[in-house]
Design a protein around this ligand. Structure first.
Ligand code: FEO
Ligand code: CA
Ligand code: CA
Ligand code: CA
Length: 631
């Protein structure tokens, strides 16, 4: 029997292997639907190079390619398969910060090559950066940034093969993840962290937090250490980010399930057992082994602890003493990011994806309104959570998750949001990753990264995942970007129109729908769109986290990359490629918009140092050589 080394698996692959889904038993049905779907789309949706611009529903006119010229101020670059970063002519990059860099002088000399001392592991820049936001405050530029996960093999002493041997090993892994808040500054010699800035702070898997909102204090959130169900420790698997209009940072807990395990068979039943199954809480975990050394993560001892993770957490980047807040109003699932928009009437709208095969896309609308300088209490908790239902005719509906639509009470809806969404009949999606709203138009985009189970297996709740409107391809290996426009430009409206901005694909390999939409060519192809952000010009930057083998179905796509798209024309151009092995994730701009900060997660080789150095996840700063604006 082959032994699987969990260290080398993505969270998605680990979930698939650990919690295998039954094969769909209505496979014939699935095939039939897929075929008729192609027939239905035949007139509107053309595939492959040279085909007409794709369009579904009312937005198709916006995807026609421009006759000439474009809004991109650079020559697109080809793919690369090497171990460094490539940018267009006229742009340069430097490293801003890497895993292990000291945030404070007392951590100078932290030595990642030798596993680093546990005592200083929460005084350094964490590993594997993901979402980030820059805050400009009283003349300081403060970067809040996620450290999504950590590589156990290279952070623990050699010979342990990534397995913690004691509680200190676990504490070190816990300290290298979470969030960093750090002041950054630009001098003649470039960008760097401001060591010992009073704003610098590490938030880890053990930082005290407050739980607020509709589920706070619920019995399912109570533990022996916190009988109130309103105080938890730490934030787990911080993936994408968001920011509020009132200047706070939102960090999103994604694959939190992998940190939990059990030293004995958990005695759980009913809703808790069902929740474990739907959210993938098992006895082994993803290999962190926290449960063997820290009882909080042992679900045979603390079965409610997993209910205290999977939330969106708010952090005040300007106050290093502020207690982070977990907002149960925004639901519990594998949160990717949180895109906040203020609606026409001042209500706060948050768009969020649940990144797992066949899970859902959500929207929160506050009851109260945001007024600059006014109270923000309840604006991320008191309100309605809805799930997206996409109809094949190019329209869609937000279905509110209420006791009437779900048979669950309001606290249960927030804790077991996935089950509520299933009951309300949302549309199963191809792994919703980042959501981003166009600052110049009432339209919102979401990366649907890929879904090998589309048309093959149901989701973890048993919901049908036959092909559907925005997820039109079986065994979707390339991904797509869906966008929607709310009725009358009102983000609180319950109906919208949608289309696909792009279907990624390989037009060199396929002449059918797997070749991608018409705005995908041999010159700009990519797979697995993931990170995404609009710039101030209304261009959308797309980051990939996909197969970088550059072989077979992925031949010609090279390393993971960052592209930029024009919403108006559908044009997409490659701007950057990363070192092999990495994904590109996280994007922020300096206060003057002359610098872009981009995250390089899990690079391979020995990037960025080269030679015998360990590969180090890093944030790079990108500038134009003429110091012009970069978005
Ligand atoms: Fe952490 Fe779904 O990416
Ligand atoms: Ca992601
Ligand atoms: Ca991803
Ligand atoms: Ca990742």
């Amino acid at each position: 029997m082959t032994t699987i080394d969990k260290t080398d698996l993505s969270a998605d692959d680990w979930d698939e292997i650990t919690f295998p889904r039954a094969e769909a038993n209505e496979f014939d049905d699935v095939v039939e639907r897929a075929v008729s779907r192609r027939g239905f789309l035949g007139g509107a949706l053309a595939f492959g190079s040279g085909a007409a611009a794709m369009g579904l529903g009312a937005l198709n006119s916006t995807t026609a390619l421009a006759a000439g010229g474009n809004r991109f101020p650079f020559e697109p670059i080809p793919v690369f398969t090497d171990g460094t970063v490539h940018l267009p002519e006229g742009y340069s990059w430097q490293t801003l910060a890497s895993w292990g860099d000291p945030l404070f002088s007392d951590a100078d000399g932290y030595d990642i090559a030798n596993g680093g001392p546990v005592e200083k592991s929460d005084r350094v820049f964490g590993e594997n950066t993901d979402g980030m936001e820059l805050f400009s405050w009283r003349g300081h530029q403060i970067l809040a940034i996620n450290h999504e996960y950590t590589n156990r093999k290279i952070n623990l002493p050699a010979g342990q093969d990534g397995t913690p041997a004691d509680a200190d090993d676990v504490l070190k892994l816990q300290n290298l993840q979470g969030v960093a808040v750090v002041e950054v500054a630009e001098t003649e010699s470039g960008w760097s962290l401001v060591k010992d800035s009073p704003f610098n702070r590490r938030i880890t898997h053990n930082t005290p937090m407050t739980i607020v909102g509709p589920a706070a204090g619920h019995d399912l959130l109570k533990t022996s250490a916190d009988p109130t169900g309103t105080e938890s420790l730490g934030t787990l698997n911080n993936c994408g980010s968001g920011r509020t209009p009132w200047g706070t940072y939102l960090t999103c807990e994604e694959n939190f399930n992998g940190y939990f395990g059990a030293t004995a068979e958990p005695e759980v039943s009913g809703a808790v057992q069902a929740g474990f199954e739907r959210y993938g809480i098992g006895t082994d975990g993803w290999g962190y082994d926290y449960h063997k050394w820290d009882a909080r993560f042992d679900v045979s001892k603390t079965p409610n602890e997993p209910h205290r993770a999977g939330w969106v957490v708010e952090i005040d980047p300007t106050d290093p003493d502020a207690t982070p807040v977990k907002h149960t109003g925004l639901g519990r699932f594998k949160h990717e990011n949180a895109e906040v928009v203020v609606a026409l009437d001042g209500r706060v709208v948050v768009y969020m994806g649940d990144d797992e095969r066949g899970e859902y896309l959500y929207r929160f609308v506050s009851n109260g309104v945001y007024a600059p300088g006014g109270s923000t209490e309840g604006l991320l908790d008191d309100g309605t959570l809805s799930v997206a239902k996409f109809h094949d005719n190019g329209t869609g509906t937000w279905r509110a998750l209420t006791p009437a639509s779900t048979g669950m009470d309001d606290a249960e809806i927030r804790i077991f949001t996935r089950m509520a969404a299933s009951k309300a009949g949302g549309t199963t999606m191809d792994r919703p990753e980042w959501v981003s709203a166009n600052p110049h138009a009432a339209e919102v985009y979401c990366c649907l990264t890929n879904n090998k189970n589309r048309g093959v297996k149901p989701n973890a709740g048993g919901d049908d995942t036959s092909v559907n409107g925005p997820n039109p391809r079986e065994t979707n290996k390339y991904g797509q970007i869906v966008r929607w426009r709310p009725l009358r430009g009102d983000h609180t409206a319950d109906t919208f129109e949608w289309d696909l901005y792009v279907m990624a694909g390989n037009p060199e390999v396929y002449g059918n729908e797997y070749g991608g939409s018409a705005n995908v060519t041999a010159g700009n192809m990519f797979n697995s769109p993931d990170g995404m952000a609009f710039d101030s010009n209304g261009l959308v930057w797309i980051q990939t986290d996909g197969d970088d083998s550059n072989e077979g179905e992925f031949a010609g796509m090279g390393n993971n990359q960052m592209l930029v798209g024009d919403p108006a024309t559908g044009e997409i151009a490659r701007f950057m490629t990363g070192p092999n092995g990495c994904e590109i994730t996280g994007l922020a701009w300096s206060a003057d918009r002359r610098t872009m900060f981009v995250g390089i997660q899990h690079p391979g080789g020995s990037w960025p140092e080269g030679g015998d150095a360990l590969p180090r996840s890093s944030v790079i700063a990108i500038k134009r050589d003429d110091n012009a604006l970069v978005g």
